[in-house]
Design a protein around this ligand. Structure first.
Ligand code: IPE
Ligand code: IPE
Ligand code: MG
Length: 244
């Protein structure tokens, strides 16, 4: 229930591994593509609910670097769905004052997706209520490799010295440079793994796994996850006594 959420202790950053579209479709004897299509409804409901609650950052894992290995037809379907969703949802973003952001190896996306994505990012640039980040062609290891390359170039060119490399330097070289650490990571569909998502950024995130398949995920399930999060004690290495 929404009333059970303490709005003074909201997670600043929620990240979601939206999983289970294929199984949702299979259970109903439908094509996987229909599962993905229905998943977009859950995306809209989740985005709107987070904005209404006052969540400042929502990051959605929409397509991983490993997902390129799926059958071409499925990859094409997902890319088409992305373009149509971006076109359709620009209004939702504007109405709710939401800024769109994207992380991942974006240049590897089809031109149409890249173009539409950048259009929506530009149009929503000044929005302030919530930042919605889409992880597209995203892989955490790839992100870390690119950060290491950039940092080592800077060391080589005497822009930074190796002694000064600390957490903040690493943060600044990640795709998520402008985002706070993840507080709550949700994964749907019953799988309990990270699948190469935000490895650095979830160092102290609270993990929440639910059996609900992504197309069945509603605002109520989101509230349940936040209520569960608020019951936990985040100790960051300290003792319980130190916190109180
Ligand atoms: C998540 O659903 C969507 C993407 C990974 C793009 P899946 O397509 O992984 O669904 P399952 O895991 O096969 O059920
Ligand atoms: C993770 O889901 C990626 C996204 C949700 C976009 P997958 O379905 O690709 O993950 P694995 O392969 O089961 O680990
Ligand atoms: Mg899956």
């Amino acid at each position: 229930m929404k009333e059970n959420i303490n709005t003074d202790r909201l997670p600043k950053h929620i990240a979601i591994i939206m999983d289970g579209n294929g199984r949702w479709a299979k259970q109903k004897g439908l094509l996987r593509a229909i599962g993905h299509e229905n998943g977009t409804k859950s995306v809209r409901e989740t985005v709107e609910s987070c904005a209404e609650l006052g969540i400042e950052n929502l990051t959605l894992y929409a397509f991983s670097t490993e997902n390129w290995n799926r059958p071409k037809l499925e990859v094409d379907t997902l890319m088409k769905l992305l373009v149509s969703s971006l076109k359709k949802e620009i209004k939702t973003l504007q109405d709710n004052n939401i800024k769109l952001n994207a992380i991942g190896n974006l240049t590897s996306l089809p031109k149409k997706v890249f173009k539409e994505l950048h259009e929506v990012i530009a149009k929503t640039e000044k929005n302030t209520r919530m930042t919605l980040t889409l992880a597209l062609s995203y892989g955490s290891r790839e992100e870390l490799i690119s950060a290491v390359k950039e940092i080592s170039d800077k060391v080589k060119n005497n822009i930074i010295s190796s002694e000064n490399i600390d957490e903040s330097v690493i943060n600044k070289h990640l795709y998520t440079q402008n985002l706070p650490d993840v507080d709550l990571l949700i994964r749907t569909s019953g799988e309990q793994r990270i699948s190469n998502f935000l490895l650095w950024q979830i160092a102290y995130a609270e993990l929440y796994f639910t059996d609900v398949l992504w197309p069945d995920f509603t605002r109520q399930h989101l509230y349940d996850a936040i209520i569960d999060y608020q019951k936990r004690e985040r100790r960051f290495g300290k003792t319980s006594e130190q916190l109180s």
